[in-house]
Design a protein around this ligand. Structure first.
Ligand code: ZN
Length: 254
């Protein structure tokens, strides 16, 4: 049976590891020393490395791990120089006997990808709990489309982002009073829960897509116009995309 665990690296990065018996697959390895230590301690053999996008804090451990373990690297076009296999939308990869589908999720970077096997989605820096990734070499429209794609997945999909940003994102929502479902009391209550988790060094993620539909205004702007029969009201009757753009700009300045 597949097990999922996590190593916290750098300041707020999460490196997700998939384990089956003595085999391991790592996603976005950013600190090779911590990963090697974990693999040795648990007597695991690294059999593949998956990359979501070409940012240093997601790839800095790839070369060393690839050399030591001779593990093949799967990544998007933008990490071609590191890849054994360059993957794109709808490609499938067999990971520890589980079939993962590649979702093209551009927006944070131009060729960003996610890895999906129901109910797990490893989405890199596309969707965070209560927030979404910054836009670097792509467009707001592209990010909007990628979040739209994620929001079409089943509601019990578990989202595994690559950073611990939940408190910061909830602070942004609360201090700007952004509540498209008129549910600020839930968001504030949720922040208290997350504060306690972070204090106890427990990751706030993974998180279900269902919960994101309740707390995350970036997801609410996409294709879920209502949730549990409650209509999501975009202020001033502007389009969902315009409101998304407004929120993304506001968050950049927060
Ligand atoms: Zn990034």
């Amino acid at each position: 049976m597949l097990k999922i665990t996590v190593i916290r690296t750098l300041f707020d990065n999460y490196v997700w590891l998939l384990l089956n018996n003595n085999k391991c697959v790592v996603i976005d390895p950013s600190n090779e020393e911590l990963i090697i230590k974990f693999l040795r301690l648990n007597k695991l053999n690294l059999v593949a490395i998956l990359i979501t996008h070409n940012h240093k804090d997601h790839i800095s451990g790839v070369s060393v791990l690839k050399n030591i373990y001779q593990a093949p690297v799967y990544g998007p076009k933008e990490t071609k120089y590191l890849n054994n296999y360059t993957i794109t939308q709808n490609d499938t990869i067999n990971i520890l006997r589980y079939k993962f589908t590649v979702l093209s999720l551009p927006g944070h970077t131009k060729y960003h990808v996610g890895y999906y096997h129901y109910p797990w989605l490893f989405c890199g820096d596309t969707l965070f709990s209560a927030g979404c990734g910054r836009i670097f070499n792509s467009s707001v429209q592209t990010m909007f489309n990628s979040l739209n794609k994620i929001n079409k997945l089943p509601s019990n999909t578990m989202i595994f982002p690559s950073h611990e940003y939940t408190i910061k994102n909830l602070d942004f929502i609360i201090s700007n009073n952004i509540t498209l479902l008129n549910n600020m009391f839930i968001i504030k209550y949720y922040r208290n829960i997350i504060r306690r988790m972070i204090f106890n060094k427990v990751p706030s993620i993974p998180v279900s897509l269902c919960l994101e539909r309740i707390i995350n205004p970036f997801i609410q702007c996409t294709n879920s116009f209502y949730y549990n029969n409650k209509i999501i009201k975009i202020p001033n009757n502007i389009s969902n995309f315009s409101y998304f753009k407004f929120l993304r700009n506001k968050k950049d300045l927060f």
